[in-house]
Design a protein around this ligand. Structure first.
Ligand SMILES: N[C@@H](CCC(=O)N[C@@H](CS)C(=O)NCC(=O)O)C(=O)O
Length: 206
């Protein structure tokens, strides 16, 4: 069976467990407490040199890390990733946007919110992080004003990538009140078949 190395509060891990659940692909979930450094053991680093979850071990033993690479792998040939060349590039465009312009701010602010014991030095960077997080939300709002999904006419791994941390952005102190298009899209994502919550226990694992 596919093994997913994961940590329940992680939005990056959630992207993979949400997609696998919606695709009805069974998997074993191996929970690693990142706060206790469980992704930095010699054993884990020997397999995944980046020392981060999510990471997967396929049934034949091949390994993959980075949420975007993993979701692209499993989405191939399904409705979650278009076969059209331009639409595929657009899906990647939004996934790269999420990794460079969204996750480093919205997920990091949430991490500080969940773990308030962070250092003063890190806290000092928070105003900049909040500003850049709101910039990312502005980009999303402008895009979603005119469409239901990030790419084309259907729910894809671009939506999963951006949903993961946007739907919990309030845990980092972001206020979505002035983002009606984002809020409408969040509820469309949530109502997709076989949707699971970020903290939900999984049928296939646990
Ligand atoms: N770009 C990576 C980010 C992965 C990442 O930052 N993982 C965090 C949890 S969200 C982690 O495992 N941190 C543990 C550590 O750095 O030791 C992805 O999208 O998968």
């Amino acid at each position: 069976m596919i093994r997913l190395y994961d940590y329940l509060p992680s939005g990056n891990g959630y992207k993979v467990r949400l997609l696998l659940t919606q695709l009805q692909i069974p998997f074993e979930r191996i929970k690693l407490d990142i706060i206790k450094g469980k992704t930095r053991t010699p054993e884990f680093l020997g397999k995944f040199p980046n020392g981060r979850i999510p990471a997967v071990e396929l049934e034949d033993g091949r390994l993959l890390f980075e949420s975007g690479a993993i979701t692209t792998y499993f989405a191939e040939g399904t409705s979650f990733l278009s076969a059209d060349r331009y639409e595929r590039a657009q899906v990647l465009q939004w996934m790269f946007f999420e990794q460079y312009s969204h996750e480093p701010y919205i997920a990091v602010a949430r991490f500080f919110g969940i773990h308030p014991d962070h250092t003063d030095e890190r806290r000092a960077g928070l105003p900049r992080i909040m500003k850049l997080g709101y910039d990312a939300l502005d980009v999303m709002e402008a895009h979603l004003k005119r469409r239901e999904w990030f790419v084309g006419a259907r729910y894809s791994i671009a939506d999963i990538a951006l949903y993961a941390y946007t739907h919990v952005a309030h845990e980092g102190g972001f206020d979505l009140a002035k983002y009606p298009a984002i809020r409408g899209w969040l509820s469309r994502v949530k109502s997709q078949p076989r949707h699971i919550a970020i903290t939900e226990r999984l049928a296939f694992a646990d």
